[in-house]
Structures are given as structure tokens and as C-alpha cells.
Design a binder for this molecule. Structure first.
Ligand code: PRX
Length: 633
């Protein structure tokens, strides 16, 4: 599946556009199917309806586990590094992982799980998280992983939306010096969730937890039962290529997060292919992705993609800055990591500690580097290249989204000529177009536009759970017959793509996607708040920070304290990742006569660029702008 030269890439790319079905059929033949497809592709972007490998039967875990057993059963599948470096690391070979997944799949069955059920997973970054995910897939249950940083309210919203019947969690998780009481957060969430019949609790932090009879069971006890029953094997459930594999919630510009749905066949082919090709993965290489399995990067490129390719994938429980800012480099050295895939925010954060933390570390094992989540600015690109890659490692800057399932625009390691700050060129099978604000395609090079994709690819989302119309509205209605990404993009004179950031009301804070409307709703729940507007502003480490303009007329006590209360309210409602960095109290918001908030003006003020605010004459109360400008933080 790997191209071996730039000329070959160009040839393959051309074929993938001229004969997409033939192209993807050839790729799909590299995977294990119980039955092959009757038709490669059936689609329209109107409804939308996207069906890949129709009629085919498979189970993704047979691709990720069983098919490696004969030749590579003893190859490490997962290397786990705990939060605390003095605790022992763990290695699970493909054979061990296979057996643990089968075992836990039987636990799920014993606890009433069946094909098609939705199961919520809220766990620390331990091997059991990957085991839980794969065990769901093994029995055809649909997992909905919720990142460990989300609040009880966010979990409850997600559980209710997907009508989950089981939760898999742990007593607590370790993140640097912090301990997060996961089970207790789940208990708070479940007050609102009568659909949950069973909670399976892994022991990790051994913090005291409540265990409710008839509902809560310990992971270890349940595994013990399966062992006593001698119930070791678990044949994989036969799935249709278009059966749901998982739901993953992500933020948009309006309302509550939506459940992006990925299906078994296309997602397997797409993540496996892009992982293998973009990173040019070679057997035996150790691959380390620093993301969390709670995000799409972890789903596609810690779990499914690498495992379907028989790779060795490192899972890290902790954070890059604890016990000190050299932690990632220690892990690289310890496991002789060859491929390191991380995020611009991590790179910028580690850069800020100065060169001391990279001095004396052994980076000699590294051959390829990767980046994802937000634009990799040139300064960070060069630091990554020089200090970590020693000028010898290509930087694979992968642009993609929760909705795309896998890499879309990305260099192929050691094959695509690089340009700092650019995601470079579309991978085979990906057909990007740039569209101007009137909906016309912008052709040629040296142009800017809204990034759209004009032809389906196997890893794309199929729907948003429980609300297909929302999927159509969000992604397929802005421009007819195109998938709209929400990103702005430059195509330079050489045809290279540079992502310029979101063009909608979605923020990217430390690579986490946060909807401004969601944060506003949370702020407005504070008892003293009348209304609010949230925008992003440039932040040295996080990429974007959250700036909230808040109307709060009766500030009777200490305003600084009220700001903290507002921040705490957001942490409670969404999670600490959405907490505003800055809160400015204002007497009103700049609105047009029709009542629409002029965010453009607020964005400029938040950016500290008040020299030219544009036309403010259409505002209901132009004087408010001066007041906000003066009070800017
Ligand atoms: O704005 C783009 C940015 O992250 C958004 C997708 O966020 P999410 O669904 O959370 O997935 C993140 C991990 C795939 C995109 O719309 N983004 C992602 N990768 C890049 C990027 N922006 C610039 N360069 C990238 N490499």
C-alpha cells in the first residue's frame, strides 16, 4: 500500500482520481474480509448517502489482532508507559492483546452487551482502554469513548444522546501530580441516565469509590469469572462493512456536540492505508502517538490504524511536562521510538522550557516525526526539525478531522518534498477543492478559499448519531455536492496546501476542538450572567485561547471572584479544557439592529488589534465598542 517515490505518488494519485473505485478496491484487498463486497461505492452528497464496500462482511478486530497471530504473535502490539516513571511499564504482544480482548469481550457478553448496543467508555490511558475499545468491536457493540477531561454533564449528554446501556470506567486516573476521580464523575453523570444498566470499573488509582449493588461491578472480578468459566475464546461477530463501529462526539459551531459515526469497513481500510503510507511504517518500528484515545487521533492512530498494520504502538498515560519537560524524550529513549507523532501545542509548550530539557537526550532512534491538530507554525516546525529530528527526520504534518476518520492532506514520509507550515498535498483518494464565499470553485494556484472535498473517501463520517439531517446541514448543505470541512486554506504557487484555521465559530485550543456556542451556553448558566460572547485569540502555547465577553449587571461582590465562578461553571458544565482564559465584563455586546452579535469586532478586540474595526455604523449602539475596547484584557 506504500508508494516508494514521488513519481509513484503522482501516478497513484492520478489513478485514485480517475478510477477511484478501482483504486480503493486494490487497497481494500490488503485487508482480511469474511466476504468481499458486491459494490465498491454507492454515494451522493445530497442526502448524504455514502456506502463503501457494500455487502462485505468483516470484523475489524480480526484485522487488528487475529491475522497477526500466526507470524507476529510475539511482536509487541502495545507498549504502555505509566504516568509515574518509577512504576513498571507493560508490554502486550499481539497474542496477549488478542487473548485479553477476547476475555473482556466475554465479560461484556456476560454483562448483557450485544451487537448494536452503545457502550460509553470513560477511562485513563491504560492498556485496558484499548482492550475495552477492541472488545466492543469484537462483539459488534458501538463504542462511544469520552475523553477523561470532560465533566459529568458532558458525559451525561453523550450517554443520553446515544442511549448507552453500559459504561466502562476506572476508579481514578493519574495525570502528572493530579488524580481524577473518574468513577465519582460517572456517578454524578448517571443521576441523569436511567438507560445505564451496568458500570464496569477497572482498578487503577484505588481511590475509594461507591459501588452500587446490581449496577456496578469490578473489571477484575468479571475477568476472573470468565476465566473460571473457561470462557477464553471469543469468535468475532460478523459485521457488515457499513455497520456502525463507533460514535465520537465533537464540537461544531452550534448547539451540543454531535456524535460523528464511523463504520466498520471503510474506516478500517482508510486508517490502515493512511497509517502505512503516510508514515511509511516498516515492520519492527516503534511508533509513539502522544494523543489520548478519547480523541479521534487516538482511535485512528494509536489503536485501529497501527494495529491493523501489525505495528508496535506506545500508549502513554501521563503528560509531557511531568515529572519534568523532558518526559517525552525519556520515553523516546527508553523504547527506542522510531516514529513520533505529536501536536503543535505540545511542541510549543516543550520549546518554552528552553534547550536544557533536550540536552543529553538520545534521539538517535527517531527516523520520522508527525504533527496533528492545528497549524504547525514555522518556529515550532524548525525547532521540532532541528532539536528533535536533528535535521534527519521528515515532519509529517497531517491535516484531518474527527469527521474524516484519517489523514487527508499530508506529506508521505521521505517522499513528499516538505515546506514548513504546510500539510503539503492530498493523499491518494482525496480530492480537495477551494470554494469562495459565493460558492464558486477557486481554481489554479496561489489562491485561498474554504476547504471542501468533492469525492467520498472510505474513512468519512456516514451520519451524526440519531440526527441525519444535522449531518446534512452541517457538512453538505453549505456548498451543494461538496463536503465542507469548516477550514480555510491556501493553495500556494506549487499547489501545496496550508491550512489557515477554522472559518466557523469553532475554536482550536491546545488542539482540542471547542464550539463557542457551547462555551457561551455554559457561561450563561451562571446565575448572574445575562448573556455572553466567546471568541478565540492567539495564544503562544495553546494556539488559541478562549476570550469571553460577559454581561453581568449585578456584580455585587468581588468581580475577580465572579470571574473565577464563571470559569468554574464552564469546567462543571463542559470540562476544564473549555475554561475561558480571559473574562471581560461588559455592559452590552455589539449587536446589529437585527440582534446579531458582531463577532468580527469582538475577535479583533480579543486579538488586541483595535486600529481598524471596520464599519460599526450598522450597530444598534456603536458606543459600546469604545467601552469594550477600553476594558480589553
Ligand atoms: O481546523 C483543523 C484542525 O483541527 C480540526 C479538526 O479537529 P478534530 O476533529 O478535533 O481533529 C483533530 C485531529 C485530527 C480541523 O478542522 N487541524 C487538524 N489537523 C491540522 C489542523 N489544522 C492545521 N494543520 C493540521 N495538520
Amino acid at each position: 500500500m506504500q508508494v516508494k517515490s514521488f513519481e509513484e505518488y503522482q501516478q497513484v494519485y492520478r489513478k485514485s482520481v480517475e478510477q477511484p473505485e478501482q483504486f480503493w478496491e486494490d487497497i481494500a484487498n490488503n485487508f482480511l474480509w469474511r466476504k468481499k463486497w458486491d459494490k465498491v461505492l454507492d454515494w451522493n452528497f445530497k442526502e448524504p448517502k455514502i456506502e463503501w464496500f457494500k455487502g462485505a462482511k468483516l470484523n475489524i478486530t480480526e484485522n487488528c489482532l487475529d491475522r497477526h497471530l500466526e507470524k507476529n504473535g510475539d511482536t509487541p502490539a502495545i507498549i504502555w508507559e505509566p504516568n509515574n516513571p518509577s512504576e513498571n511499564h507493560r508490554v502486550l504482544t499481539y497474542r496477549q492483546l488478542h487473548s485479553k480482548v477476547c476475555q473482556f469481550a466475554n465479560v461484556l457478553k456476560n454483562n448483557g452487551a450485544k451487537k448494536g448496543d452503545r457502550i460509553c467508555i470513560y477511562m485513563p490511558m491504560v492498556p485496558e482502554l484499548a482492550i475495552a475499545v477492541l472488545a466492543c468491536a469484537r462483539i459488534g457493540a458501538i463504542h462511544s469513548v469520552v475523553f477523561g477531561g470532560f465533566s459529568a454533564q458532558s458525559i451525561a449528554d453523550r450517554i443520553k444522546d446515544a442511549e448507552c446501556n453500559i459504561v466502562i470506567t476506572a476508579d481514578g486516573s493519574f495525570r502528572g501530580t493530579k488524580e481524577v476521580p473518574l468513577k465519582s464523575i460517572i456517578d454524578d453523570a448517571l443521576v441523569q441516565c436511567p438507560s445505564i444498566k451496568r458500570v464496569i470499573v477497572l482498578t487503577r488509582s484505588r481511590t475509594p469509590v461507591s459501588m452500587i449493588k446490581g449496577r456496578d461491578v469490578w473489571w477484575e472480578d468479571e475477568v476472573q469469572k470468565v476465566e473460571t468459566q473457561g470462557n477464553i475464546e471469543c469468535p468475532a461477530e460478523e459485521m457488515d462493512a457499513e455497520d456502525m463501529l463507533f460514535i465520537l462526539y465533537t464540537s461544531g459551531s452550534t448547539g451540543k456536540p454531535k456524535g460523528v459515526v464511523h463504520t466498520c469497513g471503510g474506516y478500517m481500510v482508510y486508517t490502515g492505508y493512511t497509517f502505512s503510507n503516510a508514515f511509511q511504517y516498516q515492520p519492527g518500528e516503534v511508533y509513539f502517538c502522544t494523543a489520548d484515545i478519547g480523541w479521534i487521533t487516538g482511535h485512528s492512530y494509536i489503536a485501529y490504524g497501527p494495529l491493523s498494520q501489525g505495528a508496535t504502538t506506545v500508549l502513554f498515560e501521563g503528560i509531557p511536562t511531568w515529572p519534568n519537560a523532558g518526559r517525552l524524550w525519556d520515553i523516546v529513549e527508553k523504547f527506542k521510538v522510531n516514529i513520533l507523532y505529536t501536536a503543535p501545542t505540545a511542541i510549543r509548550s516543550l520549546m518554552s522550557f528552553g534547550d536544557d530539557v533536550v540536552k543529553g537526550k538520545d534521539f538517535s532512534s527517531l527516523t520520522k516525526l508527525g504533527s496533528v491538530g492545528e497549524p504547525l507554525n514555522e518556529e515550532a516546525w524548525h525547532w521540532f526539525d532541528e532539536k528533535i529530528g536533528k535535521g534527519n527526520c521528515p515532519i509529517v504534518d497531517t491535516w484531518w478531522q474527527t469527521e474524516t476518520g484519517g489523514f487527508m492532506i499530508s506529506p508521505i514520509a521521505n517522499i513528499t518534498p516538505l515546506k514548513p507550515g504546510y500539510a503539503t498535498l492530498p493523499l491518494p483518494g482525496v480530492q480537495p477543492v477551494l470554494i469562495d464565499d459565493t460558492g464558486k470553485e477557486v481554481e489554479g494556484n496561489g489562491v485561498n478559499g474554504n476547504l471542501c472535498i468533492k469525492f467520498p473517501w472510505p474513512g468519512m463520517l456516514r451520519t451524526t448519531y440519531g440526527d441525519h439531517e444535522r449531518c446534512r446541514q452541517t457538512y453538505f448543505a453549505t456548498y451543494p455536492n461538496l463536503y465542507f470541512t469548516g477550514d480555510g486554506c491556501l493553495r500556494d504557487e506549487d499547489g501545496y496546501y496550508r491550512i489557515t484555521g477554522r472559518v466557523d465559530d469553532v475554536l482550536n485550543v491546545s488542539g482540542h476542538r471547542i464550539g463557542t456556542a457551547e462555551v457561551e451556553n455554559a457561561i450563561n448558566m451562571h446565575s448572574s450572567v445575562v448573556e455572553s460572547a466567546v471568541v478565540g485569540y492567539p495564544h503562544d502555547i495553546k494556539g488559541q485561547g478562549v476570550y469571553a465577553f460577559v454581561v453581568c449587571p449585578n456584580l455585587h461582590d468581588d468581580p475577580e471572584l465572579t470571574k473565577k465562578d464563571i470559569m468554574m461553571t464552564v469546567s462543571r458544565i463542559i470540562g476544564a479544557i473549555a475554561r475561558p482564559d480571559k473574562v471581560q465584563f461588559v455592559s452590552g455586546l455589539p449587536k446589529t439592529r437585527s440582534g446579531k452579535i458582531m463577532r468580527r469586532i469582538l475577535r479583533k478586540i480579543a486579538e488586541g488589534d483595535t486600529s481598524n474595526l471596520g464599519d460599526t455604523s450598522t450597530l444598534l449602539d456603536p458606543a459600546i465598542v469604545d467601552e469594550i475596547k477600553e476594558g480589553a484584557l
